[in-house]
Design a protein around this ligand. Structure first.
Ligand SMILES: [Ca+2]
Length: 433
């Protein structure tokens, strides 16, 4: 910087000198006569002086401006230098005061800086990864939203018109039929002591009889291996066209069956894999309250061509077979509530909820076997007869294709006269066994 200032000063000095030279007109003019030796384009000494004289003011001004700028820069540099000196002094002072602590401190500060830099890099990488994940998630979310939208639109169409609930209500399906219900379908009923109405499938025939359907098996689409609560409240699906499987629920069956002084008949209808149909009727059918584990009671076998399997069956294994497989008076058992007469759990072994004794001759909530015949091997780990069984019709190793359990007030069962009587079921398409 100083060197540069000196150069500037020299230039200024030269200018001053030329001025002095130019100003000295004492020199004879011929001294400025161009010398031929230089050629006509080359300036003489006087020419140089003239040239300098002509351009000097501008140059001088530029130089002065430059000098000012340089001075400013120099001042700034001086300030910075002063600062450095000051810092150095402070450092020295600090080192003198407590050198070890200071050095240690600076080193640890440096270490800290390096560490921070490293962690900043790492964090930046993590942030980048997170951003990528976020972007991927956003994309996935969008896809899911679109899928949900598509599904939603798909769902809306078939869901609109499939469930038609009939407007008539009553305390059971016979009451519904009495009040004008003419077609089979879904109705709300409210038995005498029921806290609220509930949905049932009513089978209403041409004689004006209204059957309240309690159970339906038809294709194995519903799992009947359930615990106490589902059996209590009901499971499966009610449909207006009788196309689905369900268990209405023990509590509803109890409320229905005990509401009136007019007792009910329970009708059990069954279809085997050859398409044969048979039925069994039980008079004075009742289900006890939950406190009595929904105990099954009836007065007597009212008729039918399927035989009285509820009364037990002599399988030939033991003299007490029939006694141990009767169902009248049995409490309801599920895998999680063993109320049977067996040291083990019939419900657990046979994978169903039922009025188990030790265990059964009738077993309509059993496992669904397509085709009918099954073996102990098919029955899984326990190997017991766990199919849909009605032992007085087919062997316990034959599982039925379809079953229906439904009730009607006893005074209505023969209400259609001869044609509406017990014999009307399946009449015409039933070869006698
Ligand atoms: Ca038991």
């Amino acid at each position: 910087m100083i060197t540069f200032s000196q150069t500037v000063a020299s230039v200024l000095f030269l200018c001053a000198l030329t001025t002095a030279q130019r100003g000295d007109y004492s020199l004879p003019p011929e001294a400025c006569t161009p010398s031929d030796g230089f050629g006509q384009y080359c300036p003489t000494t006087c020419g140089v002086a003239d040239y300098l004289q002509k351009y000097k003011p501008g140059v001088v001004k530029d130089l002065r401006d430059m000098e000012e700028i340089l001075l400013d820069i120099a001042n700034l540099t001086k300030g910075a230098q002063d600062r450095v000196v000051y810092l150095r002094d402070s450092e020295t002072q600090a080192q003198k005061t407590s050198p070890d602590t200071y050095i240690h401190k600076s080193r640890s500060m440096l270490d800290d800086v390096i560490r921070f830099e490293k962690s900043i890099l790492t964090q930046e990488e993590q942030i980048y990864t997170l951003q990528s994940t976020l972007a991927a998630n956003d994309k996935r979310m969008l896809e899911l939203k679109q899928l949900a939208l598509q599904l939603d639109q798909k769902c809306k169409m078939p869901c609109k018109d499939t469930v038609e609930i009939q407007p008539v209500t009553g305390k059971d399906c016979q009451d519904v039929a009495n009040k004008g219900g003419k077609v089979s379908g879904l109705y709300y009923v409210q038995p005498a002591r029921a806290p609220a109405p509930f949905l049932v499938y009513c089978e209403i025939d041409s004689f004006g009889r209204g059957w309240t359907v309690l159970q339906r098996r038809r294709d194995g689409s519903v799992n009947f291996n359930r615990n106490w609560i589902p059996y209590k409240e009901g499971f499966g699906y009610l449909s207006p066209d009788d196309s689905t499987e369900f268990w209405l629920g023990n509590e509803k069956m109890h409320l229905l069956s005990v509401q009136s002084s007019v007792p009910y008949v329970l009708r059990i209808e069954m279809v085997d894999w050859d398409g044969k149909k048979k039925h069994a009727d039980y008079a004075m059918f009742k289900l006890g309250p939950e406190a009595d584990k929904y105990r099954l009671t009836y007065a007597y076998y009212f008729g039918g061509d399927a035989g009285d399997a509820f009364d037990g069956f002599d399988f030939g294994d033991d003299a007490s077979d029939k006694f141990h497989t009767s169902h009248n008076g049995m409490q309801f058992s599920t895998a999680d509530q063993d109320n049977d007469k067996y040291q083990g759990s019939c419900a657990k072994q046979d994978g169903s909820g039922w009025w188990m004794n030790r265990c059964h001759a009738a077993h309509l909530n059993g496992k669904y076997y397509k085709g009918g015949t099954y073996t102990a091997k098919d029955a899984g780990q326990h190997g017991f007869d766990n199919g849909i069984i009605w032992a007085t019709w087919h062997s316990r190793w034959y599982s039925l294709k379809e079953t229906t359990m439904k009730i009607i007030p006893i005074n209505r069962i023969t209400a259609g006269g001869q044609q509406g009587g017990v014999d009307s079921f399946g009449k015409g398409d039933l070869p006698s066994p």
